[in-house]
Write a protein that binds this ligand. Structure first.
Ligand code: 5GP
Length: 116
């Protein structure tokens, strides 16, 4: 069983976060250290530590993360210009918080997908 992270506390609103969307499956909130004019995190309400831990039982929540990303992108006014959705996994992916999350970044040209 994976250990809870700070993101579980954000979902339960036990610590402050700028939550822009929440439903029975997912929560979306602004990243505390934005790397672009728009930078949000979209997470499942259930704890899935990494992409390696995703199973069929999670498909509804994982699918919802993408539809919510599109909805938020429209609300943020970045849908037409475009944006990037990123899920980092484990060390080589640069994952820091072990509650799976999708970054929604945009609001400026983001350049090549990988810097090095
Ligand atoms: P990772 O590197 O795991 O893909 O991304 C973790 C992200 O979570 C980082 O962009 C980091 O800024 C963000 N983050 C870490 N702790 C907090 C927090 O307490 N609140 C918010 N809103 N974002 C956080």
């Amino acid at each position: 069983m994976a250990e809870e992270t700070i993101f579980s506390k954000i979902i339960r609103r036990e610590i402050p976060a700028d939550i822009v969307y929440q439903d029975e499956l997912v929560t979306a909130f602004r990243d505390i250290a934005p790397q672009a004019p728009t930078h949000l995190l979209i997470i499942p309400n259930v704890l899935i530590a990494t992409a390696n831990d995703a199973s069929e039982a999670h498909e509804q929540a994982l699918g919802r993360m993408i539809t919510v990303a599109g909805k938020i992108a429209k609300e943020e006014g970045i849908a037409e210009d475009g944006y990037r959705l990123i899920i980092n996994c484990n060390r080589h992916g640069g994952q820091e918080v072990y509650h799976i999350h999708m970054h929604l970044v945009g609001g400026r040209p983001l350049g090549p997908m990988l810097s090095h």
